[in-house]
Ligand binder design. Structure first.
Ligand code: CO
Length: 152
């Protein structure tokens, strides 16, 4: 079990486009384990992207309502509608803001077995996927948010 320090928003790695994972090796599975352990070590996080633990590769974990998703090279392949809600980020501690995102998304990715998976999500889960995939493209929620403020 390895818990990493979460990279903060000043760090350049959070602004880079993360590298595609070409093959699901044991090392990639280890990366997913470390992402999961680090996410669960936080009290309020719902997702974490590899750049947030200092690794510029396209892997994310998301857990909303006690269901864990571990995704490699995730992509939004379809989206529908718009919704606005309050977001925060473990790399931007203490800050929240309202972000407009697609209400419903279809995500395509690889799982830790290297199999293609397709997930249809809406609500908070859809938002969490979009937030984490943004991290893989060097985008932080504060780039898109309105009414950015200190969390109360
Ligand atoms: Co974040």
């Amino acid at each position: 079990m390895a818990i990493y320090q979460i990279v903060k928003s000043e760090d350049e790695i959070l602004r880079q486009k993360a590298k595609e994972i070409e093959e699901v090796t044991p090392q990639v599975c280890k990366l997913l384990d470390n992402l999961r352990d680090t996410l669960y070590a936080t009290s309020y996080g719902v997702g974490l992207a590899a750049p947030q633990i200092g690794i510029s590769k396209r892997a994310i974990v998301v857990d909303v309502d006690d269901e864990l998703f571990e995704l490699i090279n995730p992509e939004v392949v379809e989206q529908e509608g718009l919704a606005v809600d309050t977001e925060g980020c473990l790399s931007v501690p203490g800050i929240v803001g309202e972000v407009i995102r697609a209400k419903k998304v279809k995500i395509r990715a690889l799982n830790r077995e290297g199999e293609e998976v397709v997930i249809v999500a809406d609500g908070l889960l859809a938002r969490a996927f979009q937030h984490e995939i943004d991290h893989l493209d060097g985008i932080l929620f504060i780039d898109k948010a309105e009414n950015i403020r200190q969390m109360e």
